[in-house]
Write a protein that binds this ligand. Structure first.
Ligand code: TEU
Length: 589
């Protein structure tokens, strides 16, 4: 009699590794130069061989693609450029057949302005869906459409005003992102019920959870007396981190981030969509500008909101007072200190997502590591080692398992991203020259992560037989899956071993986390502990050679089992001395 399978624990995702697919850039099956769902289905061996448990699929819904799908015009259909609903059902079935899960991207803070809901809402002030969005008259004493007539001085994340005038109804509508991404009004219960119904529709179709786009923006601060929204602070020291240009606009952060009803809405969503379903689902909220305290509120299982969040503290470390495009230096020590803060902060109550890259961030090896030919492989491995062995659920962004690097954009014409194009124009209007404007985009631009996946060394890296929507990185001739698949020393093979370790070692999943303080801030160490089992992770996160990790009990650790190393078996040593980007993992107990 076959034994009953173990029931899936509610927190199954603690031992899982998630792989993010950006469909536009993963694999193109029909030669139109744009990645698609059949292309993903043709490359599932890569994901299965890597050993990941969950695929997070960035948006594939019908969309005008102003923001590459984060502007949805129909939540119940797949955009023809990506395929069909049948293709998606096929992908779900394929993944399940391989023991993997599919998490969809849920973009419900805003829709596309092409969505039927918004078309109805803008049709007249009396339309039943008018209150599904945020409409406001011109600022008192001003005529709609005139400069300065916007209801508030808020800036958008894409370097423009957060308000767009609609001559048809002589009012403005709110959008924290592009003008074609109007904010949904979650104060309206009809909006919330429509969203929950859509989520249940996808879960009933076999989807295993959601990554929720800017979910901490859904509740806005609306004042009663006088009724309405207030201007934000222009400039000023305590601006909220992120892309808002507060040199020209007011900061909407205090009025749109972590609003007064955000937890109420998430708890209501949990009851309406997840609470009645068996274990086996995953929810992760994207929550820019979130503190540890807020992170705990969102992820404490007792509160019934989210399993984990993507917080931005470590990806805003190189953002200066002027925001995202005001690039300031940061060090691996800053990164490790930020990660440790969240380890301690989440403790045994909350839960961390672990990520260094995604479709909004530049390539992690270029940003946090050293992507020079001499150090790229080791630093990609070292960064992955320290990230994956922290306490939390690791996320691999497509291509980071190969150590893909930032793209050599010559000028703005090499880029495609609305955020970069708007920031570039804004920079020129502030008097910067093209090179100065491009410098920040080369370093921080999102297109760095959106160049096609590098499958092999052929002309378009095996991504397409047509012409790619954005140029393939020239280093694809050496940095690609085909070259790394059977190379035991490759970045890919190292990711496989890290995932194996998480699947085999409970201490990696459930162990406590403790930083081991060291004098040299280029060298970092932490210990994971569980039931007498200990794992030491020690790493030189610099390109400098022969740095000692002067742990008090180094000699004992040198006698322990070396489980993993980014530099092969070290020679006999009395002390732990590490080469450039050398990371080691020791185990005892
Ligand atoms: O990103 C929200 C967000 O915080 C990003 O805009 C981020 O601040 C910025 O890009 C960092 O450079 C989400 C999606 O991930 C992003 O792709 C969308 O453009 C955005 O929401 C609007 O949906």
């Amino acid at each position: 009699m076959t034994p009953e399978p173990e029931p899936t624990p509610r927190d199954w995702w603690k031992s899982a590794v998630v792989y993010q697919v950006y469909p536009r850039s993963f694999a193109d099956s029909d030669g139109d130069g744009i990645g698609d769902i059949p292309g993903i289905r043709q490359h599932l061996d890569h994901l299965e061989n890597l050993g990941v448990d969950v695929v997070w699929l960035s948006p594939i819904y019908r969309s005008p693609m102003d923001d590459n799908g984060y502007d949805i015009s129909d939540y119940h259909d797949v955009d023809p450029s990506f395929g069909t609903l049948d293709d998606l059902d096929g992908l779900i079935a394929d993944l399940h057949a391989r023991g993997m899960k599919l998490v969809m991207d849920l973009v419900v803070n805003h829709t596309s302005s092409a969505h039927q809901w918004f078309q109805e809402s803008r049709s007249s002030r009396d339309d039943p869906k008018r209150d599904w969005y945020w409409w406001r008259p011109a600022r008192p004493g001003h005529t709609g459409g005139e400069p300065g007539a916007e209801p508030t001085n808020w800036g958008s994340a894409f370097s423009e005003s957060a308000w767009t005038y609609d001559p048809g109804t002589d009012e403005y509508y709110l959008h924290i992102f592009a003008a074609s991404q109007p904010e949904l009004n979650w104060e309206n219960p009809e909006v919330r019920q429509a969203v929950y119904a859509m989520m249940n529709w996808w879960l009933d179709r076999g989807v295993d959870g959601f990554r929720m786009d800017v979910i901490n923006l859904i509740s806005k601060v609306v004042h009663d007396d006088p009724p309405d929204l207030r201007d934000g602070v222009v400039g000023g020291p305590d601006r909220q981190a992120g892309p808002i240009d507060t040199v020209r606009f007011g900061d909407p952060g205090p009025y749109v981030l972590h609003g007064p009803r955000v937890h109420e809405f998430l708890q209501e969503m949990h009851q309406a969509v997840f609470a009645h379903r068996p274990a086996g689902l995953l929810t992760v909220g994207e929550t820019p500008a979130t503190t540890v305290e807020q992170g705990l509120l969102y992820t404490d299982p007792a509160r019934g909101e989210l399993d984990m969040v993507f917080q931005f503290e470590h990806v805003d470390l190189d953002s200066g007072p002027g925001g995202k495009w005001d690039v300031v230096p940061m060090t691996p020590a800053d990164l490790m200190a930020s990660l440790a803060r969240w380890q301690e902060g989440m403790g045994d109550v909350g839960w961390n997502s672990l990520y260094l890259g995604n479709h909004d961030q530049p390539r992690c090896v270029s940003r946090f590591g050293d992507d020079s030919p001499e150090h790229r492989v080791r630093s990609a491995k070292a960064l992955a080692t320290v990230l994956h062995l922290h306490r939390g659920t690791p996320y691999i962004y497509q291509g980071d398992e190969l150590g893909m690097t930032n793209a050599p954009f010559r000028d703005i014409h090499d880029t495609r991203d609305i955020e970069s194009h708007n920031a570039y124009r804004a920079a020129l209007s502030r008097g910067l020259d093209a090179e100065q404007a491009m410098a920040a985009i080369r370093y921080k631009g999102r297109d760095n992560a959106r160049t096609p996946m590098q499958w092999d060394a052929t002309e378009h890296a095996g991504f397409t037989t047509g012409f790619p929507w954005i140029e393939v990185h020239p280093d694809h001739v050496t940095v690609n899956v085909a070259t790394q698949a059977d190379d035991p020393d490759s970045v890919l093979a190292h990711h496989r071993r890290l995932i194996e370790l998480r699947h085999q070692e409970p201490v990696v999943v459930h162990g406590s986390f403790a930083t081991v303080p060291l004098d040299d801030d280029r060298v970092h160490a932490f210990v994971r502990r569980l039931d007498g089992r200990e794992l030491l992770v020690v790493a030189n996160l610099s390109s400098d050679d022969a740095l000692e990790a002067a742990l008090p009990d180094a000699a004992d650790w040198l006698d322990a089992e070396l489980v993993l190393s980014t530099a092969g078996q070290p020679d006999e040593q009395e002390r732990i001395v590490l080469g450039p980007w050398e990371a080691r993992v020791y185990r005892r107990g």
